[in-house]
Design a protein around this ligand. Structure first.
Ligand code: AP5
Length: 218
């Protein structure tokens, strides 16, 4: 099964992609994580992407399409994948369509996670993650079970993303509304779009997504 989780910054895409990865054995492909690794490694792509990400703008379509093209060809995607953060423009969606068509594959579902802008700012400003394994938490909505200790790996160091600040969040939200929201009619037209209420609790959203996945392909 090949899925896209589509939603604004802080909608909970990463939180739910991790659940789907663990529950369904699908490969979780987060373009944000791939770019952050590229920045950390100091690669050419990382150098080009760093300032763009810090401003909250979108990295160029050619870089993103090439990055995903290479990634979905790997063996761990054979059972299926969850795209988290890609596509983000109509050009990226068209690039994905051609890549999948060339490989005789297709998309099963595009799941829109709908969340109000005010809630997104709250979610992003309270987010932190385990430095060792990347497990995500929130100051109020999802704290580690034992204070200061990661539920997943027992790590004790946590970090916050550089682009999770009030000014950058505004730019990221504007980029979503201007450049990514046009993907909703793009996928609705072909009958692939399902919408879940991303304002619900993490567990309730998980159940809504499970119902969409169990309903099968389009
Ligand atoms: P990326 O890393 O993709 O960031 P994003 O889309 O802004 O999304 P986030 O990771 O911020 O949010 P999320 O939806 O995963 O929410 P999460 O689950 O963490 O991209 C970063 C940058 O990279 C972009 O700005 C751009 O520059 C670049 N980039 C990446 N892909 C690109 C592309 N394709 N093209 C061009 N540029 C690209 O949840 C947020 C918080 O809320 C957490 O603390 C969580 O615990 C909490 N939470 C989750 N669900 C709930 C809930 N239901 N109720 C309460 N709290 C919740």
């Amino acid at each position: 099964m090949n899925l896209i989780l589509l939603g604004p910054p802080g909608a909970g895409k990463g939180t739910q992609a991790k659940e789907l990865e663990e529950g369904h054995g699908l490969a979780w492909l987060s373009t944000g994580d791939m770019l952050r690794s590229a920045v950390a490694s100091g690669s050419e792509i990382g150098r080009r992407a760093k300032a763009v990400m810090e401003r909250g703008e979108l990295v160029s379509d050619d870089i993103m399409i090439a990055m995903i093209g290479e990634r979905i060809g790997r063996s761990d995607c054979a059972r299926g994948f969850i795209l988290d953060g890609f596509p983000r423009t109509v050009a990226q969606a068209e690039g994905l369509d051609s890549m999948l068509a060339q490989e005789g594959r297709s998309l099963d579902r595009v799941i829109e996670m709908r969340v109000d802008d005010d809630a997104l700012v709250d979610r992003i400003s309270g987010r932190f993650s385990c430095t060792a394994c990347g497990a995500g938490y929130h100051d109020r909505h999802r704290r580690p079970r034992i204070e200061g200790v990661c539920d997943s790996c027992g790590g004790t160091e946590f970090s916050r993303r550089k682009d999770d600040n009030a000014e950058t969040v505004k730019t990221r939200l504007a980029a979503y509304h201007d450049q990514t929201a046009p993907l909703l009619p793009y996928y609705r037209k072909r009958g692939a779009l399902a919408t879940v209420d991303g304002m619900a609790s993490i567990d309730e959203v998980k159940q809504q997504i499970a119902a969409v996945v169990e309903a099968g392909d389009v």
